[in-house]
Design a protein around this ligand. Structure first.
Ligand code: AMP
Ligand code: MN
Ligand code: MN
Length: 331
């Protein structure tokens, strides 16, 4: 049942050929990024390889149930006096998504790029990009098989977490028969689906609820009710003693409103830096809009980070969204 393409074999070979690796995912990592990065670590261990796993910033504590979570190094808290000649990047749509971890690349470093974003620009030395995959973890499943790595509960948990989170709990349109087949196989290794869903999807922090309460006050409909927007300002984080990860998932409240084609959240966690997340229903490819603003993603879920004054950023995004839905922002 595995997709053993030439690229998958090449990725497995990359892991076999080198001995010491830098493993990384993208800035502000999600469940697929974290599950895939730690899954790669487990595979390397089974292959007798050395590795270090690093991200630019903190990884959300909600993923601390994953194996090897404690090994994740946070570059914004500790500097690492080392460089690496072999790098494995997972779930990164482009080079900039790797953030400051790029400072750990040795000159002439070779990079294996495993990803599923249609906006991936093939920045690796070896590129394994499958846009038909629901999650990077789905691709990793095939790499593990091609590399001859045996699955156990820990590796299965990492892959399952990527599949679960990037399909929104097996609900989004990327939930293919293959996703369900792989998930079923992973459950046989002992993954407890109720426990993983509780940690990744159900349990929320009180700070999240407090940010949500404020954000909902800002919810506005525009473009003849085809676009719904929500905004979080730096003072919301300060006053609610909340972290950036506490603002995750707000955009879904916008997109889920009946009749809305695009939901968008503007999260300004520090003054002048605005994380824009977009979710589409049917008609709009939000990855094209995110790409226009220097970001990327998938047709139905995409994002970008914009700098400047909030009102200017909003008006730029709303204007492009207007072209996409065929209705001007003020109509
Ligand atoms: P988010 O809105 O952050 O949940 O992201 C939605 C999707 O867009 C995910 O697949 C992200 O990996 C992708 N994405 C978000 N921000 C960016 C960015 N700045 N550049 C490229 N892809 C992004
Ligand atoms: Mn991701
Ligand atoms: Mn992903």
């Amino acid at each position: 049942m595995s997709h053993n393409s030439d690229q998958v074999k090449e990725a497995a070979l990359f892991m076999q050929e080198h001995d010491r690796f830098l493993v990384l995912s993208h800035v502000n990592p999600d469940g697929d990024a974290t599950g895939s990065a730690l899954g790669v670590c487990l595979m390397l261990e089974k292959m007798g390889k050395e590795y270090i796993v690093v991200n630019e910033g903190e990884t959300p504590a909600k993923f601390s149930f994953l194996p090897r979570f404690d090994l994740l190094r946070n570059l914004s808290e500790e500097s690492l006096d080392d460089t690496f000649g072999a790098v494995i990047a997972v779930d990164c749509a482009d080079e900039s998504r790797m953030g400051d971890v790029r400072s750990l690349f040795a000159s002439g470093a070779v990079l294996l790029n495993i990803d599923h974003h249609p906006t991936n620009d093939g920045f690796g030395t070896v590129n394994l990009i499958r846009t038909d995959a629901a999650a990077t973890a789905e691709i990793l499943y095939d790499v593990a098989i091609a590399a001859g790595v045996s699955f156990d509960e820990e590796l299965a948990l990492c892959v399952y977490t990527g599949l679960l989170t990037d399909t929104g709990g097996f609900r989004y349109s990327n939930t293919s028969p293959r996703v369900m087949e792989i998930a079923s196989k992973l459950l046989h290794y002992g993954v407890k689906p109720g426990d993983v869903a509780e940690r990744c999807l159900e349990e929320i922090t009180f700070a999240h609820v407090k940010i949500l309460r404020r954000a909902l006050q800002t919810l506005t409909l525009s473009h003849q009710n085809l676009v719904a927007s929500i905004t979080v300002r730096p003072e919301d984080f300060v006053q609610e003693n909340a972290a950036r990860e506490d603002a995750g998932g707000l955009v879904n409240y916008c997109r889920n409103i009946e009749g809305v084609e695009v939901g968008v959240s503007f999260v300004e966690s520090e003054p002048g830096v605005i994380k824009v997340s977009m979710r589409a229903r049917d008609r709009v490819d939000v990855s094209a809009i995110a790409k226009h603003f220097g970001g990327g993603g998938h047709a139905k879920a995409a994002g970008c980070t914009m700098r400047g004054n909030l009102a200017d950023v909003q008006s730029k995004v709303w204007q492009v969204l207007g072209e996409a839905v065929g209705v001007k922002v003020d109509e």
